[in-house]
Design a protein around this ligand. Structure first.
Ligand SMILES: C[S@@+](CC[C@H](N)C(=O)[O-])C[C@H]1O[C@@H](n2cnc3c(N)ncnc32)[C@H](O)[C@@H]1O
Length: 509
């Protein structure tokens, strides 16, 4: 029997522990500014709410890395809410993670929000829950506030949609037992149809690829992606209309293909002319045959005067997210690749790499000898590098609080957890306000660092026992033990200086 709270949502398999940097306040704020919008979160404190936070990795990292924010969120799956709450408690983080459904959120005692985010939620919830979300946005978003939503979009799923409908029907009408059993049964069924040369698979090769992906992927992800009762595929224009009912207007896309200029380059020769924004975005989705969008909507879409927007952007700083020497002008996107102007990229990279901390874009222009380059070209190149997480934006009002203890406590909790298992794979950077992926051994070295280890043999000595216990290496395996010491030396040489820059190590490496 389904749980009362589940509303057709998969309720007996937990979701994965992913992290999504697009939900971080400074990332959203930077691209709003690129598009001419100021955000209400300037200056003092702000309120943030994530709806459907899953295991709560993103929301916990963002709460830890952004001390100006007061963070709230919900997920009605009790296992998810509990995991998120335990992570916060382990890091003494003051955050309000609730276990309420979206309908119940309407009457909860909550403030007005500057940011409301939903990642991977909209397409997977039923009409009643979508209605509650729109109502929540209408009631709870401040004027000047922003909403980030990601969702599946047409036309990119045209070939696969019928397969998902068949699989879903099979789990409902032919399946029995737990969700994972019914999913396996449905996948076997589709596999038999394909082997029997069902014409659908011949004529829709992408559906066959989707079946292969589903057979290969983690069943928990497959369950949440394809086996909720709702798999609501929308066109951009329909979603924009739904959100208009909540008083929201489209501000910008945060999809990498848009942020790196890929869509812009592809449309250049097409002569499609000026289009009304909803038609323009829907057309872009056809140009890429896009399946997923990441969009920002605002309440109050008044644009900044161009000169003010430029001045505010020049005042934003950027910092390096990778080891020096690795900034590249060739960027991969989900739909292809984009090559930036190599000389502007090199000049930007040189200045950022030679600075110990974040550099204001105004200083980048001056020190990088970019004053004769059109300003918009510099902004676009910086933005494309930010989109690729090669650089991260840093706002002055956030930077003043970057030394807060919140992120350190979260990182210690995560490093400590690495001794037990590999579920928490990101750390909080209080400089960028974002999470940063870290391998298990790097997190174990962080654990050792926090114990006071500073030399490779000490780091290796502390990291080795939990590493050996979870990889199955024999305690006496001298070769494996030596490898860990080599990796500790590499950590000190490459990772530790980067983490110091990013505030993950709060004492210079
Ligand atoms: C696909 S998962 C995405 C999780 C997370 N945002 C992420 O991207 O990792 C959708 C989440 O929404 C939650 N959810 C679905 N319907 C909900 C509802 N009506 N009220 C509250 N949470 C809901 C689910 O429990 C699930 O954790």
């Amino acid at each position: 029997m389904r749980n009362k709270w589940s509303s057709g949502y998969v309720s007996d398999m937990t979701y994965s522990h992913g992290y999504y940097h697009e939900l971080s306040p400074p990332f959203i704020r930077f691209f709003l500014l690129m598009n001419g919008f100021a955000n209400a979160s300037q200056g003092g404190g702000y309120n943030y709410c994530e709806l459907g936070f899953g295991q709560g990795v993103s929301c916990n990292l963002h709460a830890a890395a952004n001390p100006r924010g007061r963070f709230h969120g919900t997920d009605f799956y009790p296992d998810h809410a509990l995991f998120a709450q335990k992570l916060a408690a382990g890091a003494q983080l003051d955050a309000n993670w609730l276990g309420l459904g979206f309908e119940e959120m309407l009457d909860a005692d909550l403030p007005q929000f500057d940011f409301i985010t939903l990642h991977g939620v909209w397409s997977w919830i039923d009409a009643a829950a979508r209605h509650a979300v729109v109502e929540f946005l209408r009631r709870r978003l401040k004027v000047g506030g922003v909403v980030y939503a990601s969702y599946n979009v047409m036309p990119g799923w045209s070939a696969e949609k019928p397969l998902r409908e068949l699989l879903w029907l099979h789990t409902e009408l032919a399946g029995a037992g737990s969700t994972d059993k019914r999913i396996r049964g449905a996948l076997d069924f589709a596999q038999r149809l394909r082997e029997g040369k069902a014409a659908f698979f011949d004529q829709n090769t992408r559906a066959g690829q989707m079946l292969d992906d589903m057979l290969r992927d983690d069943l928990h992800v497959v369950a949440h992606e394809y086996f909720n009762r709702s798999w609501h595929l929308t066109y951009f224009a329909d979603l924009a209309r739904d959100l208009e009912a909540g008083g929201l207007s489209f501000a910008c896309s945060l999809h990498r293909s848009d942020l790196t200029g890929e869509v812009f380059h592809r449309t250049r020769g097409m002569q499609i002319g000026e289009l009304e924004p909803a038609l323009r975005q829907t057309t872009n989705d056809f140009i890429l045959n896009r399946r997923f969008r990441r969009d920002v909507f605002v309440r109050g879409a008044s644009k900044l005067p161009a000169l003010e927007r430029d001045a505010m952007l020049k005042d934003v700083a950027v910092t390096l997210m990778r080891a020096p020497g690795s900034i590249s002008p060739t960027l991969q996107t989900p739909y292809g690749s984009v090559t930036l102007d190599a000389s502007i990229t090199r000049q930007i990279a040189q200045v950022v790499e030679s600075s110990a901390g974040p550099v204001r874009i105004a200083d980048l222009i001056e020190r990088g000898d970019l004053s004769s380059t059109p300003l918009e070209r510099v902004f676009e190149t910086v933005a494309a590098l930010v989109a690729q997480s090669q650089l991260a934006p840093v706002f002055a009002d956030d930077a003043r609080q970057a030394a807060s203890a919140r992120a350190r406590a979260m990182n210690q909790a995560i490093a400590d957890h690495a001794r037990l298992d590999n579920t928490l794979r990101y750390l909080a950077s209080p400089v960028t306000g974002q999470g940063m992926e870290a391998s298990r051994i790097e997190r174990l070295f962080l654990f050792a660092w926090e114990q006071g280890a500073r030399q490779a043999p000490e780091l290796a000595a502390i990291a080795w026992p939990p590493h050996a216990a979870t990889t199955g290496a024999a305690q006496a395996d001298a070769q494996a033990r030596g490898d860990i010491e080599t990796r500790a030396a590499q950590f000190l040489e490459t990772t530790a200086p980067l983490w110091t820059r990013l505030g993950i190590l709060q004492e210079a490496a």
